[in-house]
Design a protein around this ligand. Structure first.
Ligand code: FAD
Length: 279
């Protein structure tokens, strides 16, 4: 196994305490030699400045930083100004998304889907940015069918995406079958599995019902059993997620992208257990 590409995703903290905590998290995770740290972006630009500040801090520490950009509710002028700002700061890596439509939203802005954002970024900035897009091995909750979702994923790649990161999942077969289908459609870009460590069952259930990630019955029932016993839940969750990562890497996944929720402990343990070959 060659060294897999490891990356870590953060959300931009709101408070001074959150900023300090994220610095500590980053220090710990940096020891695991990730290729980059990415920072999420609230739909409609709600975290624009905090995402920018977090990204610049990461870059100033000497690490590669990849801001997420979501286009829903944004105008071309707003996205263009953001791209100019990132270019001026020498940021060269983006995660390009549509974003979730805010409830009660009427105007969706100038972009309907992420493929339009990717095409716009390429048109405006050529090859300046390495562009990642989202992929859904268990399919996006709004998609009318699996084949339509795959076709839409291909449209993002054809528009100029260099690689993709998946929504999280706990069923390795979903990823491998998705990759087979991508291969059949001629999609050749790396698709890195997104990994959600198990921190808390209530929170995981909430996230999963929104994003369409399946928590298999056996896993859900086991996690429910640990409801009041956090140490056991985390220990069991770590075993499950380490096993998932092993299966994915052994099956040829090019890397792992961790949804950190700005925490380092569980992920550090998982990566130590995986004992990856040196970078
Ligand atoms: C790795 C990762 C990071 C994320 N980071 C963020 C973040 O920072 N901020 C945030 O707000 N959200 C984030 N999200 C969530 C993401 O914004 C949502 O999942 C959103 O609902 C879809 O975004 P997308 O870029 O996949 O959209 P799209 O690719 O546009 O797809 C959205 C839906 O529309 C369909 N579709 C796509 N193109 C077309 C078309 N041309 N015609 C008709 N239907 C189409 C698709 O099948 C799908 O059902 C992230 C998701 C992932 C996997």
């Amino acid at each position: 196994m060659s060294h897999p590409v490891i990356s870590f995703e953060f959300f931009p903290p709101k408070t001074a305490e959150g900023i300090a905590k994220l610095r500590e998290t980053r220090k710990q995770l940096a020891q695991l030699k990730p290729k980059f740290f990415s920072v999420t972006f609230g739909a409609g630009g709600s975290t624009r400045d905090r995402t920018m500040d977090t990204v610049l801090e990461i870059q100033n520490e000497g690490y590669e930083a990849a801001p997420h950009i979501s286009c829903i509710s944004s105008s071309k002028e707003e996205i263009s100004a953001l791209l100019d700002e990132y270019r001026a700061k020498n940021i060269r890596h983006l995660v390009a998304l549509r974003g979730d439509v805010p409830s009660g939203e009427v105007s969706a802005g100038d972009f309907r889907h992420a493929n339009e954002l990717v095409a716009f970024i390429r048109r405006e900035t050529g090859d300046w940015f390495e562009i990642e897009v989202a992929a859904y091995p268990e399919f996006h909750p709004e998609s009318s069918s699996a084949s339509a979702d795959l076709k839409h994923f291909k449209a993002k790649v054809d528009a100029g995406a260099d690689s993709a990161i998946t929504q999280y999942f706990y069923n390795a077969d979903a990823y491998f079958r998705f990759m087979d289908q991508c291969g059949a459609l001629g999609i050749k870009v790396p698709v890195v599995p997104g990994i959600m460590p198990i921190y808390n069952f209530t929170q995981l259930s909430r996230f999963s019902s929104v994003c369409g990630a399946d928590i298999p019955r056996w896993l859900r029932l086991r996690l429910q059993d640990y409801a009041d016993d956090m140490p056991s839940l985390r220990s069991f969750g770590m075993d499950v997620v380490t096993d998932l990562c092993e299966q994915l890497l052994e099956g040829g996944a090019p890397g792992l992208h961790f949804y950190t929720l700005n925490q380092a402990g569980i992920i550090s343990t998982i990566l130590q257990r995986l004992a990856l070959p040196a970078a």
